[in-house]
Design a protein around this ligand. Structure first.
Ligand code: ATP
Length: 236
């Protein structure tokens, strides 16, 4: 469904990605993990058309995403939940959700999508008229995910959903993401610094280091990989 091949991306003389290839099938949840500055955000931004690669291909259902505008990518049912939530703070929870279903196909299913996200996140239903900016960090992250779901995506891309949240909230957030994965056939691509939590819901993972894929495998394989354990899981 998503095929990224031989991606090279630079910021001036800084080589952020050097020949990255990943693949994702329908219904799969794949984690991209790695430390600060490994190139995770650059990879997502390139997949979502926000950055142009120097070399390489990004294809979704056989169509290139390179150079496409955000609207066109949304129209292809690819939802991007950016790092740092970025909800519309001066708008109500409900209006934020409605903004998530702005493309034609999603608009036609707005009512059922709202029912779905409200059943998944009852807190958002309780707070639907509240200004998004007055919600807690965890609630805003849930809203950001729910807004992505309002697109009725075939592919949901999440950039560091754990960022800036307390451990308990991170656990609750991932419980929901795991539920979405188990109950839908949506493909999910999750970028995380918090490696154990990402692998706890993902089927497979890629470890990105210094702009290249260092190790890849099923989550079970990565959890017992000695290098991954030493570098990211806190065991030696
Ligand atoms: P983090 O988890 O801290 O967000 P990351 O794995 O997402 O890290 P990127 O943000 O993709 O990493 O950064 C990859 C490399 O590219 C880093 O060396 C970073 O300093 C560099 N970089 C990122 N954005 C820019 C930019 N706009 N201009 C110059 N260099 C950049």
């Amino acid at each position: 469904m998503l095929n990224v091949e031989g991606l090279h991306v630079s910021y001036g003389s800084i080589k952020a990605l050097q020949g990255v290839s990943i693949a994702l099938s329908q219904g799969e949840c794949v984690a991209i993990v790695g430390s600060n500055g490994a190139g995770k955000t650059t990879l997502l931004k390139t997949i979502c058309g926000l950055l142009k690669p120097n070399k390489g291909r990004v294809e979704f259902e056989g169509k290139s995403l390179v150079g496409k505008m955000a609207y066109d990518i949304a129209n292809m049912a690819v939802a991007h939940v950016p790092e740092g939530r970025r909800v519309f703070t001066e708008m109500s929870v409900l209006d934020n959700l409605i903004m998530g279903s702005y493309v034609k196909e999603a608009k036609a299913h707005r009512r059922e999508s709202l029912e779905y996200v409200f059943s998944l996140f009852p807190r958002l239903a309780e707070r639907k008229d509240q200004l998004a900016g007055t919600m807690s960090g965890g609630e805003q992250q849930m809203l950001a995910v729910a807004r992505g779901l309002m697109l009725k995506p075939k592919l949901l891309i999440l950039d560091e959903p754990s960022s800036g949240l307390s451990p308990l909230i991170v656990e609750q957030m991932y419980e929901k993401l795991g539920e979405i994965h188990k109950t839908t056939d949506m493909a999910m691509l999750v970028v995380e610094q918090n490696v154990p939590i990402a692998l706890s819901i993902a089927d497979r993972g890629y470890v990105l280091e210094n702009g290249s894929i260092h190790v890849s495998g099923t989550s079970d394989e990565l959890m017992v990989d000695p290098e991954v354990k030493a570098a990211y899981l806190g065991f030696h």
